[in-house]
Design a protein around this ligand. Structure first.
Ligand SMILES: C[S@@+](CC[C@H](N)C(=O)[O-])C[C@H]1O[C@@H](n2cnc3c(N)ncnc32)[C@H](O)[C@@H]1O
Length: 195
């Protein structure tokens, strides 16, 4: 599949995307859990955050509300359109159509590169990570939310830790088995790696 094929597939997902509890964060308890998790992982606001593969922008918006300045990048125009609509003209968050593999963002300009559930799907995750590290300002951090899902897709925590450590950076793993993040019980492997 080419990136264009993939983005068309995600365009088709955009309309219903926010129906999943962890996507739309419509449930106050789920939303509060993600808020609390991300606040614990990010530097104090205001930080400059790049949300790569931002989807419908739920995490980007959550962080903008917390006082951060956020740029979301997604290659699906329909996802970006939803994110822009949800932002409702806020000036502290912007959304760009672009490829997360080579984000159209300035190097060394972000305090945080955040990515949830996208790294696993990229053709060369190691190369993408190296590019993302190049976006970070001195002292900046990576926050990677990933999983190995019951479908068999994804990256195990050990694989993601190894990918980060191969860049020469440390990796701090926090597992996320609690149903409050997902709106239901889960039995597969979900986690965040911070570096
Ligand atoms: C599972 S969704 C996650 C969305 C968002 N990160 C979240 O957690 O709510 C995956 C998103 O990544 C985007 N995506 C996948 N590959 C991408 C790429 N190479 N460049 C940019 N966006 C990509 C898709 O369009 C989709 O919006």
């Amino acid at each position: 599949m080419t990136p264009t094929d993939d983005s068309a597939r995600w365009d088709a997902e955009a309309e219903a995307f926010d129906e999943a509890a962890d996507h739309g964060l419509r449930d106050a308890t789920v939303r509060a859990a993600w808020r609390s998790l991300l606040v614990s992982l990010l530097p104090p606001a205001p930080a400059r955050v790049a949300d790569l593969g931002c989807g419908s922008g739920s995490l980007s918006l959550l962080l903008a509300v917390e006082g951060h300045t956020v740029t979301g990048v997604d290659f699906s125009p329909a996802m970006v359109a939803r994110a822009v609509a949800k932002a409702d003209g806020r000036s502290d968050v912007r959304f760009v159509v672009g490829d997360a593999v080579s984000p159209p963002l300035d190097r060394a300009s972000y305090d945080v590169v955040l990515c949830r559930h996208v790294l696993w799907a990229l053709p060369d995750p190691a190369a993408a990570l190296r590019r993302w590290i190049g976006l970070l300002a001195p002292g900046g951090r990576l926050v990677l939310v990933e999983g190995r899902w019951s479908t068999g897709a994804g990256l195990s925590a050990a694989e993601t830790v190894a990918l980060v450590e191969a860049t020469g950076r440390p990796a701090e793993l926090l597992r996320l088995p609690e149903p409050v993040y997902w709106g239901r019980d889960i039995t597969d492997e979900r986690y965040v790696v911070r570096s």
